[in-house]
Design a protein around this ligand. Structure first.
Ligand SMILES: [Fe+2]
Ligand SMILES: [Fe+2]
Length: 147
């Protein structure tokens, strides 16, 4: 499997988690349920971001078009991570709901930029062989058997 296909698959799972957390925030108001779902999302998203920073970004660093974009992506990872922490640390439901609205919007915007700009660029500039090698490194880190 190529790295970008793996990362896109992870985004797919995140989009539905984002939707369900927003749904919980707007309907149930159950802070324990929101905390549990947010903790799951945070673990997965933080690992995903770390793997992007370890595997994908170094492979793109030497490309002239990517320097500013990569710095922005790293800054957005930090913004998402601290937003998710603020949701988990919220003192009451209204604070949690406010943070959820902000952080889910930031996360969606980030995933969209990767899907439409960064990943597209990566598929253009990285050879098929490199993309497959990075995919194998991703699978090893995720301990997924792909064959
Ligand atoms: Fe990312
Ligand atoms: Fe991503």
């Amino acid at each position: 499997m190529k790295l970008i296909d793996a990362l896109l698959g992870e985004h797919g799972a995140f989009h539905s988690l984002l939707d369900s957390i927003e749904q919980m925030a707007s309907t149930s108001g159950d802070i324990a349920q929101i905390d549990t779902a947010t903790a799951v999302l945070a673990t997965e998203v933080n690992t995903h971001a770390a793997l992007e920073e370890e595997l994908l970004f170094p492979a793109l660093e030497s490309h002239p078009k990517t320097k500013k974009l990569l710095a922005e992506m790293v800054a957005e990872h930090e913004e998402i991570q601290s937003g998710l922490e603020r949701i988990e640390n919220a003192r009451d439901i209204s604070e949690a709901v406010e943070e959820i609205q902000k952080t889910m919007a930031t996360a969606r915007r980030h995933f969209h930029r990767e899907e439409t700009v960064l990943y597209v660029l990566a598929q253009e500039v990285l050879s098929d062989e490199t993309q497959t090698q990075l995919g194998e490194a991703w699978a090893a880190a995720r301990t997924v058997k792909i064959r």
